[in-house]
Design a protein around this ligand. Sequence first.
Ligand code: ADP
Ligand code: MG
Ligand code: MG
Length: 249
Amino acid sequence: VKMLEIKNLSARIGDKEILRGVTLSVPDGEIHAIMGPNGAGKSTLSYVLSGRDGYEVTGGEAIYNGQDILALTPEARAAAGIFLAFQYPVELPGVGNANFMRTALNAVKRARGEAELDAVAFLKLARAALKKLSMQDDMLKRNVNVGFSGGEKKRNEVLQMALLQPGLAILDETDSGLDIDALKIVAEGVNALRSETFSALVITHYQRLLDYIVPDKVHVLAAGKIVRSGGPELALELEARGYAGLEAA
Ligand code: ADP
Ligand code: MG
Ligand code: MG
């Protein structure tokens, strides 16, 4: 089964065409990397898939688990199992992390017609997830990302992802600005989710993250199109030779 199938997807912001016919499929259980130069449209692709405002789809399809997701609201996409990890996590002063995560999880449960979790049931679940990820409990008591180090923000995001148990995770440059320890945390969190019912698109400008999350396939996005696809060795080749010349491919 193809968890995600993107066919000839085009999109624009205002009157600027950014995606120009992206075709890409990620089978169940696979992790694919998307690399490419700055401005290629990598973030735009992740926003279009998650349904963010301001992006107009001008053609093509995105089928997730057999369903065309482009017509769905962002909430319905999240409920269907799509998770987007941001490059820059937001800080929410005055909002407790445990409450924030429980609200997000319950929104998904509600949309799926599942029973919501009360505070006690949530804490039990969250503690189990924390333990599995070798993280400390105190993270739940703090305000969302306020005063968190870069590494702690990433840990927090990995925790949220583990709790939501997405079918498809999209990580958009979650590695940018991270030291090697934080990078390993993100990688371990993603690797821990690897299963037949989990797929991921890992978007990164650099090869480094892919030493830890070994992708099944690597795709290069340049000027709004996939210009090359290959195995993990493609990432190493790009690291050595750069993106020069790929735009013209
Ligand atoms: P990448 O993530 O690969 O660096 P982006 O998807 O962020 O690329 O951007 C692709 C192109 O779209 C760039 O040329 C960028 O300047 C442009 N772009 C991104 N966001 C906006 C916006 N809100 N308004 C206008 N142009 C934008
Ligand atoms: Mg960029
Ligand atoms: Mg980007």
